[in-house]
Ligand binder design. Structure first.
Ligand SMILES: Nc1ncnc2c1ncn2[C@@H]1O[C@H](COP(=O)(O)OP(=O)(O)OP(=O)(O)O)[C@@H](O)[C@H]1O
Length: 287
């Protein structure tokens, strides 16, 4: 395992740029000076212990909370509030209005934002309901569905809007272990097919490695960037491997143990002066 600097960009503009973001609730500082870039097609994970401001950062990207300092931009445009370009899947199963069927739930944002006609909304909603494996359940109501099925509805509802970024806040944390694994697999399958951009919050190191291609490690009180790493080589298949276990331990050390010294990162040093870890066992292929 090597430590390496990942230089951002290669001239490609990020889809989402969070720059020196500080978030506060009254006298509580949730995050301090957090910066990260998310590129189109990234599966970018915010990982850290409870209270490191993961959810607050996701809510700020969603436009639900405004930074006290710093900025969040999508395609260069400042985020000033919620928008259909950033759909959120939450952990809570009650995110689905219970009086609406699966079909009505998935159609709802399409109709609210007047993106398409009612007829087209039905078609698009049905497409996504089938895509998440819920074909045949379109007239069911949420209380008749399992937790995993409810999360599938929430994912279908979000993806049907074709957002610029799909935001997921611990979406599988309330599921049993087997269902959680299945949902991680399904999310990976959807991403392989559609290559959407994902910002995913979790406090599980294993989940971060399985879901993400890039991971931002945050330390708590207030949340600050501890490190950023590449994790694209891991998936559910590699989850039991020695390399995976080593990466898990390394991240655990970074989060809870080892001090991390600031590192120079060339021309972008000011923005990305973080310790960047590549969890792959790499030879001399470091950039
Ligand atoms: N609505 C709120 N009002 C006041 N303080 C808040 C609010 N939401 C979050 N906080 C505080 O901000 C800090 C970061 O909370 P946040 O929920 O973003 O962290 P987190 O990393 O997502 O934690 P967890 O994994 O436990 O959800 C915490 O100290 C928390 O108590």
């Amino acid at each position: 395992m090597t430590l390496q600097i990942v230089r951002p960009g290669n001239g490609v503009a990020p889809l989402l740029r969070a720059e020196n973001v500080s978030l506060e609730y009254g006298s509580t500082r949730a995050t301090h000076d957090v910066s990260f870039d998310v590129y189109r097609g990234d599966r970018f994970v915010l990982l850290g212990p409870s209270g490191c401001g993961k959810s607050s950062l996701l809510k700020a990207v969603a436009g639900f909370v405004q930074p006290q300092a710093g900025s969040i931009r999508i395609n260069g445009e400042s985020v000033r509030g919620p928008g259909p370009d950033r759909m959120v899947v939450f952990q809570e199963f009650d995110q689905l209005p219970p009086w609406k069927s699966v079909l009505e739930n998935v159609m709802f944002p399409l109709l609210m934002t007047k993106q398409v006609s009612r007829h087209a909304a039905v078609e698009r909603a049905m497409h996504w309901i089938v895509k998440v494996g819920l074909g045949g359940f379109e007239h069911a109501h949420p209380h008749t569905l399992s937790g995993g099925m409810k999360q599938r509805v929430a994912i279908a509802r979000a993806l049907a809007m074709q957002p610029q970024v799909l935001l997921m806040d611990e979406p599988f944390a309330a599921l049993d272990a087997l269902t959680r694994r299945k949902m991680q697999e399904e999310l990976g399958r959807l991403w392989e097919e559609l290559r959407f951009t994902l910002l995913f919050v979790t406090h599980s190191i294993e989940e971060a490695l399985v879901v993400g291609n890039r991971i931002l490690l945050l330390s708590p009180h207030p949340g600050q960037v501890r490190a950023e790493l590449n994790s694209h080589q891991f998936d559910l298949v590699s989850a039991g491997s020695a390399e995976f276990q080593a990466a898990t331990q390394r991240i655990h050390g970074l989060l809870f143990g080892e001090p991390v010294a600031p590192t120079q990162a060339g021309a972008h040093a000011e923005r990305v002066e973080r310790r960047i870890m590549d969890t792959r066992v790499r030879g001399n292929d470091t950039p």
